[in-house]
Design a protein around this ligand. Structure first.
Ligand code: PGA
Length: 252
């Protein structure tokens, strides 16, 4: 299983030319990194251009999707539209969406069902807030998010789902989770999945870490915390830094 390195550009950059430039500089330097799978998730409006620039080394993903494939839903983008445009992945349930758009585990569950129905691979984001961490609620929060988000998701569908552990307090703060904690949450997530499905499903599940990842700490999450990849925000907007992460993980 190759480590998966996912760039989440969020609501950046501000101009199409900048998006093209960023995509190209990543593309140019990613060629030699055959031991990692790289996914870029630009804002929706840059996806079509990114598709034209895409090389086989880079895959595309959406940052969100709606839970229906078509219809009168002003402002929404369906999983099918993403798939038809060439996306292979979609980020679902990012904490910024949970917080700013009131996305609940039930909504996230519907989105996962809509994505897996057309074989678009969801990257399900879970993670505790600082408050929950301080109250010692991390394990309970992760368990509840997983159980509710995966409600009635079958054993065939779960094989196409990736879970990203992203502690909310680590996102965009420059304070990453420590490696030991990341490792124990990795084991916890696998344990919950093995209880819901089977041990082999849990073993084969891809779990990513996200939250203040940079070129210095990336290796620790992959090697020591045994994460199957990384979900990267801020550092994915700086081509050099992002490539450094890819190269280091590629060599690890
Ligand atoms: P960050 O964001 O790398 O800027 O902390 C990660 C994310 O939100 O997925």
């Amino acid at each position: 299983m190759k480590p998966l390195i996912v760039a989440n550009w969020k609501m950046n950059p501000q101009r199409l030319v900048e998006a093209k430039r960023l995509f190209n500089s990543i593309k140019r330097r990613v060629r030699s990194s055959k031991n990692v799978e790289v996914v870029i998730c630009p804002p929706f409006i840059y996806l079509a251009t990114s598709k034209k620039q895409q090389a086989t080394e880079i895959k595309l993903g959406g940052q969100n999707c709606f839970w229906k494939q078509k219809g009168a839903f002003t402002g929404e983008i369906s999983p099918k539209m993403l798939k038809n445009l060439g996306c292979e992945y979609v980020i679902i349930g990012h904490s910024e969406r949970r917080r700013n758009f009131n996305e609940t585990d039930k909504i996230i569950n519907q989105k996962i069902k809509a994505a897996t129905a057309i074989k678009l691979k969801p990257i399900l984001c879970i993670g505790e807030s600082l408050e929950e961490k301080k109250r010692g609620r991390t394990q309970a929060v992760l368990k509840s998010q997983i159980i509710k988000s995966l409600d009635k998701i079958g054993k065939k569908e779960i094989k196409n789902i990736i879970i990203a552990y992203e502690p909310v307090w680590a996102i965009g703060t420059g304070i990453p989770c420590n490696i030991e904690t990341a490792f124990s949450e990795n084991l916890l997530i696998r344990k919950i999945i093995s209880q819901l499905y089977t041990q082999s499903t849990a073993k084969n599940l891809r779990i990513l870490y996200g939250g203040s990842v940079d070129s210095k700490n990336a290796i620790g999450f992959v090697k020591e915390a045994r994460m199957n990849g990384l979900l990267i925000g801020g550092a994915s907007l700086k081509a050099k830094e992002f490539i450094k992460i890819i190269k280091r993980v590629n060599k690890a």
